[in-house]
Design a protein around this ligand. Structure first.
Ligand code: B12
Ligand code: SF4
Length: 528
């Protein structure tokens, strides 16, 4: 049987990275079946397009995965596939919580023939076998022989055959430049960001987050050996293609067990499996100097930190009191001292936010080493404690907000500002943090660093701008380039100066860390 795995685009921004679930399920599919992958972010398709694709390729089963944000598109695509007579199975975080919606049991239309609840590593081969026999069940739940919910241990994680997977649709280098750039240095003909997971689960239970409910509070890890081998495979592929591969460790909290993370990073270094990597780590776990040393030495370049707010009252409200705004600066200095930078994520529209929250946040951000601040709104995702609290309080203004997805729009009323004021805060945050002036400031603040670092931060800011200001069409690029022409000119001019690309990066002295803080971080993990 031919199987199509499809991930819809969100219709606004393009993802910079393919989705891991597709490669994982492909690797878990019994060998007698052929699996084709289409990621709507890289290969946009509409309803007619997917129906045609299914007919042309004689597909026998379509698997669709989606977050809440893309679910409306996912349903439309599923409807188009089912209209051709081909069965659709849906999985992922949204339908796990809203299975009745996907199956048409809540009074609405049916979109899926079957739904895979939760982690589908074990159920997927069963689903495929049932589909091949034409006997799909409505719901597949991961349970053990006693009917108890079971989570994959990840100890026998499949080998994802990166050496042979068709990654053409995921190259971030424009087609016209691949030949020329392939000849530069060790080769830049392709640049891909590849998702790799080393573990699953986070016990912290932040109120707005689906992770603790979905993956459970039991944390599970792959073996170090299996992660290291995957990195080696990716490195070999990049070398062979004269291109570059960076890895996004998609673990929700990559250092949730600091001891394990250190051991993994040591093994990566010992096996010379370093690639440039990004990971999500909560600020409280970055107090450990040795961990941060290992992050830098193993190829870590960017750390995504869910700071959420600089207001401790807000953090307490959403059960994220373990974030201490007073230590954000020290954490970022500690990373920057090793030339590791941070993607700092903030949420506006929290219950204690008042007008001016964005400027108050930016006042702090401007004093930190340059990074990539991102701003969003508190969003009640289905089945989260936040959703339930707001529903109970009658504060949801769009209880089924996913049915008419609007980017950066609230679905409930904040307590101390209006919805419009919250929207204005997010807009202000993005406009200020990604203005030509702010980009120039970020580049200048690294004037003691080799040129490569300054170019890196400039390009990264340029790309991140697109999260709020989607760069659709050539004219939007021309406009932004024109706005930033002074900084671009400065960087180009410096590039021609003798020795511009040489020199060891200057190290900013890290702020001292007290042993008490390290102990506290470890206690939090143990408590989880
Ligand atoms: C990486 C990631 C991203 C990446 C993008 C996705 C990518 N290219 O990989 C980035 C950083 C861009 C991102 C952005 C966002 N993300 Co995100 N992201 C993740 C993260 C950390 C990992 C996803 C992953 O690969 N997991 C590992 C795989 C193996 O798990 P999985 O995808 O769940 O798949 C398993 C099952 O769900 C199931 N399955 C999944 N699909 C299918 C399909 C079929 C057919 C079947 C049978 C089974 C199946 O089988 C898989 C194996 O068990 C998750 C959290 C998490 N740990 O999952 C959040 C998560 C998916 N993101 C989330 C959110 C909210 C967002 C944002 C909306 C945040 C924001 N406010 O902007 C944005 C929107 C993105 C967009 N473009 O629209 C939420 C989604 C919740 C929800 N109900 O939708 C999650 C769960 C995190 C959270 N805090 O709650 N994200
Ligand atoms: S620390 Fe991150 S992954 Fe863990 S529950 Fe909180 S928001 Fe979710």
């Amino acid at each position: 049987m031919k199987i199509l795995l499809y991930n819809p685009d969100n219709g606004v921004t393009r993802n910079f990275m393919p989705h891991l679930w597709m490669f994982l399920l492909q690797a878990l599919t019994p060998a007698e079946h052929e699996v084709l992958l289409v990621d709507g972010n890289a290969h946009p398709m509409d309803e007619a397009g997917i129906a045609q694709y299914v007919r042309d390729n004689k597909i026998g089963l379509v698997g669709i995965g989606a977050m809440t944000r893309m679910i409306a598109k996912a349903y439309r695509m599923a409807d188009a596939v089912r209209a051709t007579g081909v069965a659709v199975v849906m999985g992922g975080p949204h339908v796990t919580e809203m299975a009745d919606e996907a199956l048409g049991r809540d009074g609405g239309p049916r979109h899926a023939d079957a739904v895979a609840l939760g982690e589908a590593d074990a159920t997927w081969p069963v689903i495929v076998a049932d589909a091949a026999r034409g006997q799909l069940k409505d719901v597949y739940a991961p349970v053990d022989a006693f009917g108890q919910e079971s989570k994959p241990s990840l100890k026998d994680y499949p080998v994802i055959p990166w050496q042979s997977i068709d990654l053409k649709q995921f190259n971030l280098v424009p087609k016209a430049l691949t030949k020329t750039l392939g000849k530069i240095g060790e080769g830049w003909g392709s640049f891909r960001i590849v998702p790799v997971e080393s573990g699953r689960g986070c016990p912290y239970g932040c109120e707005f987050c689906t992770v603790t409910g979905f993956f459970g509070d039991s944390i599970r890890f792959r073996t170090n050996e299996s992660v290291v081998n995957e990195l080696l495979l990716l490195k070999a592929r990049a070398r062979e293609e004269k291109g570059q591969i960076a890895v996004f460790f998609i673990d929700d909290n990559f250092a949730i067990n600091i001891k394990r993370t250190k051991s993994l990073l040591r093994d990566i270094i010992a096996a010379k499996a370093q690639v440039h990597w990004v990971a999500q780590i909560s600020a409280n776990l970055l107090r450990d100097e040795e961990l941060v040393d290992l992050i830098a030495d193993s190829g870590g370049k960017w750390i995504f930190i869910g700071m959420e707010s600089i207001d401790p009252a807000n953090l307490k409200d959403v059960n994220k009191g373990f974030n201490k705004p007073g230590e954000y600066a020290a954490v970022l200095e500690r990373l920057a001292a090793r030339n590791v930078y941070a993607i700092t994520s903030f949420i506006f529209g929290m219950d204690n936010d008042t007008v001016g929250a964005a400027e108050r946040t930016l006042e702090q951000v401007r004093t930190w080493p340059p990074g990539l601040p991102i701003f969003g709104l508190l969003t009640p995702l289905p089945a989260t404690p936040l959703y339930k609290r707001l529903e109970k309080a009658g504060r949801l203004t769009r209880p089924k907000h996913w049915q008419e997805f609007i980017p950066f729009a609230m679905a409930h009323t904040p307590l101390k500002m209006t919805i419009e004021e919250a929207h204005a805060e997010v807009k202000y945050g993005w406009e200020e943090a990604y203005s030509a002036k702010a980009l120039a400031h970020a580049v200048d603040s690294l004037s003691d660093q080799p040129l490569g670092y300054r170019i890196n931060i400039f390009i990264a800011r340029f790309c991140f701008r697109g999260i709020y200001f989607p760069m659709m069409g050539k004219m939007s690029w021309v406009k932004v380039i024109a706005q930033n022409r002074k900084t671009i000119y400065k960087l180009v001019r410096e590039g021609f100066k003798p020795g511009a690309w040489k020199g060891a990066p200057a190290r900013i002295p890290a702020m001292p860390v007290s042993p008490v803080e390290v102990v506290e971080a470890n206690v939090q993990v143990a408590e989880g």
